[in-house]
Design a protein around this ligand. Structure first.
Ligand SMILES: [Fe+2]
Length: 239
């Protein structure tokens, strides 16, 4: 599964976007980006500071709990919203590529979501990712890059630390898929894709900071099936 979905009610996302921009005293994506880039140029890790502040906020909690995410996921699974669990929320703020040398910049190489999260006990190979940028995201803005085809099995990942000295930010990585594409979106759209599909962060050659709101979703019966050891490969491959 790979699809780009229009969020049915954009107002909640717009309010959250205003909240995030406001934390940097900004009224637009361009202003927000300019403030963060200038702070980082002076050695201040403002992206990490804001990320922590956002993750701890009531506004973030309210966004996660909005019913739209269960509705979008239920549509993807073909089940009722009550049968969906929203799990593993996150928000990432990633600086443009010209800050690549910044050791605090967290870029994700090719991976399957399944490898990161199956051990959590709240998802299955049939779980999905909902990735929403708080702004338009074209390829040059670092739009997510996604394999054109999903995988029928779990791939063996290598692992390395992005920061070998302090052993932070463990990265799991697999090789590049044969065909892939940037999942470009406009504000108000979400990229939905399955846990088996390879993907990576896009290269951001623009001056704009990428802000990504991430959720994962599981169909409750799939998790039970997976944890009981009865999930068959064909079910994973269908996604
Ligand atoms: Fe991922």
């Amino acid at each position: 599964m790979l699809k780009i979905v229009d969020i049915p009610q954009i107002s909640i996302l717009r309010s959250f976007q205003e909240f995030v921009f406001g934390l940097a005293g900004a009224g637009s994506h361009a202003e927000f980006s300019s403030t963060l880039c200038s702070a980082h140029s002076k050695g201040e890790n403002l992206a990490a500071k804001l990320q922590d502040e956002i993750l701890a906020s009531q506004e973030f909690r309210a966004l996660i709990e909005d019913p739209i995410w269960k509705e979008i996921s239920a549509e993807a699974f073909g089940c009722a919203p009550e049968d969906v669990s929203i799990i593993l929320p996150n928000l990432r703020i990633d600086l443009p590529d010209r800050f690549r040398e910044d050791s605090t910049r967290m870029l994700l190489p090719w991976h399957q979501e399944a490898e990161y999260f199956l051990s959590e006990g709240n998802c299955s190979p049939a779980s999905i990712v909902l990735s929403t940028c708080l702004h338009d995201a074209a390829a040059q803005n670092g739009a997510l890059v996604v394999a054109a085809e999903t995988e029928t099995s779990l791939l063996k990942h290598g692992s390395e630390y992005k920061d070998p000295e302090n052993k932070r930010f463990l990265r799991l990585t697999v090789g590049e898929p044969g065909k892939f594409l940037p999942a470009e979106t406009t504000f108000g759209q979400t990229v939905v894709f399955d846990f088996m599909r390879r993907h990576r962060s896009g290269n951001n050659t623009s001056d704009l900071v990428r802000i990504t709101f991430l959720l994962r979703a599981s169909r409750k019966s799939d998790v039970e099936e997976y944890l009981s050891g009865n999930m068959v490969a064909t079910k994973q491959a269908v996604m």
